[in-house]
Design a protein around this ligand. Structure first.
Ligand code: FES
Ligand SMILES: [Fe+2]
Length: 463
């Protein structure tokens, strides 16, 4: 007699289809094509074709190097006494002692063990224990990457030598009246699940508003219409909310592969506002396959934060001025009021896509993974170069924005209002994309604001 028959004989029945713990206990594997970023991996090679921030320049002391781990490579960043930044492979080319214990010199860094001196480009300038005329400087090349400093962040190009793209400066990196404060936060999990947060706007309704308490603003709790637009190398996710007689249109902008821009998040949608830009501009950079960093700027100033709700003094290494972004909270508090950090890190060291069940609201996540996979494979098989943003005038344009339109519902029918909000999103994106042809960011911004301020008069949207 089987166990089931035996139980049945005793009048015990086990409901079929419930209690699937055992059936689900063996987890599938992660997806290394998108999540593994070490040297020679498909995604790692792809990410290396873009300038990546590796640290804040404020982290690099004047007299010592900074040890870093980026995409599973051990590195040291330093500033020599001439003021030039360098990024070198950590292990000395002589006998592998770590250059994190090196001495900063006028030009380069000197290994502590036998005194080899390295220039910022990896050239060996001296091997002082070797006889005069040694061929070591010609024979040995040390691993080095080109770097540049931009607004308090140090960026590196870690792809093949000579193939580095131009460093892309976007309009949102140079907004007028904008104070940009760098910060960096460690996430002990794979980079992709942290990156995906920006293309998952529905989480803000629940995680940040309805599930716990209101973390940012009450209007986050309205269920938005979510739409997606993919101009050139961007994934723009719009969320369009109904809040009384206002329609709040929020566009989050992911620039492939790992650069994201987030709009103002501390303001209620209670009065009109037009084309506010980035409140937070970030890259998600892998340290290795189970740890990553958000390396970012918070933006402050009268245009993005006119009521001074942000706290720039609370922003820096492992800290930022809004809740739920770091591990540095009491565990019980994190359980009672979880934030982005808890949601993303707890997906696992590397989130297992095969164990997920995506729904309609996950369109952003699906799009990001699809695009990433296409580009990763395209680079690997030689069919596609990594996409680069087009340039207008001297800059690239971004799509992050927040606008609150004074557009009341056309009717009390909820479905009808969802349709209206979808149309407003399309109309607004048309206006933005049409303005892309303008040669300066100032002209583009002025044109968009002017047209946005009149959108409520459009017969399609007026009651
Ligand atoms: S190990 Fe660095 S100089 Fe010998
Ligand atoms: Fe969030």
């Amino acid at each position: 007699m089987s166990v089931a028959e035996d139980l049945k004989a005793h009048g015990i029945t086990i409901p079929v289809g419930k209690y699937q713990g055992h059936a689900k206990s063996q987890r599938p594997d992660p997806d290394p094509e998108l999540t593994a970023t070490g040297p020679g991996t498909l995604c790692g090679e792809y990410l290396r074709r873009y300038w990546q921030p590796v640290c804040m320049t404020s982290e690099i002391p004047d007299d010592r190097p900074l040890r870093l781990r980026i995409m599973s490579e051990d590195l040291v960043a330093f500033k020599d006494k001439s003021g030039a930044y360098g990024l070198l492979a950590a292990n000395c080319s002589h006998r592998n002692t770590s250059l994190e214990f090196g001495i900063i010199e006028d030009n380069g860094i000197r290994c502590c063990y036998h005194g080899w001196l390295y220039d910022i480009d990896g050239t060996i300038l001296e091997a002082p224990g070797e006889p005069d005329g040694t061929k070591i400087p010609e024979r040995v090349k040390h691993g080095a990457y080109p770097v540049l400093e931009f607004k308090g962040l140090l960026f590196a190009y870690m792809g093949p030598a000579g193939e580095q793209p131009e460093f892309p400066v976007y309009d949102i990196h140079e907004q007028p009246n904008d104070e940009m404060v760098p910060y960096s936060i460690t996430y002990p999990c794979n980079w992709l699940q942290v990156m995906e947060n920006t293309v998952d706007p529905i989480h803000t309704v629940f995680l940040h508003t309805r599930i716990t308490e209101v973390q940012f603003a009450n209007s986050w709790g309205a269920m938005p219409v979510v739409k997606q637009y993919t101009p050139d190398n961007h994934i723009v996710t719009t969320s369009t909310y109904r809040w009384g007689d206002y329609v709040w249109l929020r566009a989050q902008d992911v620039c492939m592969p790992n650069h994201a821009r987030i709009g103002a998040f501390l303001y209620e949608a209670e009065e009109p506002r037009y084309f506010w830009r980035s409140a937070l501009t970030k890259w998600t950079v892998p340290r290795d396959d189970t740890e990553c960093m958000i390396i970012s700027w918070r933006h402050y100033g009268p245009d993005i934060d006119p009521d001074n709700l942000g706290k720039p003094e609370e922003v820096g290494k492992e800290k930022v001025d809004f809740i739920g972004q770091t591990m540095f909270r009491d565990y019980i508090e994190r359980q009672i009021e979880p934030g982005d950090y808890e949601a993303q890190v707890s997906q696992g060291l590397t989130n297992v896509h095969a164990a997920e069940n995506l729904g309609q609201t996950d369109v952003g996540v699906a799009t990001l993974r699809k695009r990433l996979r296409e580009q990763v494979r395209g680079l690997a098989d030689g069919s596609q170069e990594p996409t680069r943003p087009p340039k207008y005038g001297d800059k690239h344009y971004g799509y992050v924005q927040d606008t609150v339109f004074p557009i009341p519902p056309r009717s009390s029918d909820e479905k009808e209002d969802e349709a209206l909000r979808g149309e407003i999103s399309d109309a607004a994106m048309d206006i933005i994309l049409e303005a892309d042809s303008l040669p300066t960011a100032e002209e583009r911004t002025a044109r968009i604001k002017e047209r946005f301020q009149k959108l409520h008069e459009d017969p399609r949207f007026s009651a």
